[in-house]
Ligand binder design. Structure first.
Ligand code: DX5
Ligand code: ZN
Length: 220
């Protein structure tokens, strides 16, 4: 059960300090938004490059950008831990996943709440992680969309059927109240923005989320 705090909810004025507060997490989730694929703009390659230099924990890059086929590989070449691209944005998802992996970086494919899980089945052989978005991408602090829960179970079953070691990530509205249920349904990798950075003691909150996820896992 891996916890990835999203720095979208951190104080952008002090990333170095904010990253230190989440040192007990598995990686820092970095939301790259281009104001085209989603109606919000965060940071791009130069900032992510610097974050990767100063962070003591690995970076999990979530690309919410339109030109992902050309720009995605540049993030992989920074030597981050993982690069996630959206199926909806890529014209050549198979080629992109292979290109990311060829940089020695984990490749992941993400689907938005209304995108069918069946559309990623062919890609499972070429990725390390599948991200099922549990909110519409673009902003932190939204409520999890309940209709995405059956998709988490469906995605888990598809992964089991593939026989591959693929991590199942959920992102959006994950809190200590729903994380056990998400783990029970098959998620093993949890992004949490406001549920971590909204608390003064981040280490305590990360531990609380992880413990709740473990409980959900044991009830599978
Ligand atoms: C939304 C981003 C998320 C966001 C999650 O588009 O992909 O990573 O930061 O924030 P919370 O956990 O607050 O919903
Ligand atoms: Zn994200």
């Amino acid at each position: 059960m891996r916890i990835h705090p999203s720095i979208l909810s951190a104080d952008f004025g002090k990333f170095a300090e904010e990253l230190k507060t989440i040192a007990t997490s598995d990686s820092a989730h970095v939301d790259v938004m281009d104001n085209h694929f989603v109606p919000n703009l965060t940071f791009g390659l130069p900032v992510v490059k610097r974050l990767n230099e100063i962070s003591e924990i690995p970076l999990d890059i979530h690309l919410m950008i339109e030109k992902v086929d050309t720009e995605g590989p540049m993030y992989a070449d920074l030597g981050v831990d993982s690069v996630t691209f959206h199926l909806e944005a890529s014209e050549n998802p198979l080629g992109l996943a292979r290109r990311i992996r060829s940089a020695g970086v984990k490749a992941a494919v993400a689907i938005k709440p209304k995108t069918d899980v069946n559309l990623v089945l062919d890609l499972l052989a070429e990725v390390d992680m599948l991200l099922v978005m549990t909110v519409e991408p673009g902003f932190g602090g939204q409520k999890l969309i309940p209709e995405t829960l059956p998709k988490v179970a469906e995605a888990h079953q598809a992964i089991v059927a593939s026989g591959k070691q693929i991590s199942l990530q959920v992102d959006g509205g994950v809190t200590e109240l729903n994380i056990a249920e998400l783990a029970r349904l098959g998620a093993d990798n949890f992004v949490a923005g406001s549920a971590v950075f909204g608390h003064a003691d981040r280490a305590e909150q990360i531990a609380r989320l992880r413990a709740a996820a473990e409980m959900g896992f044991t009830s599978r």
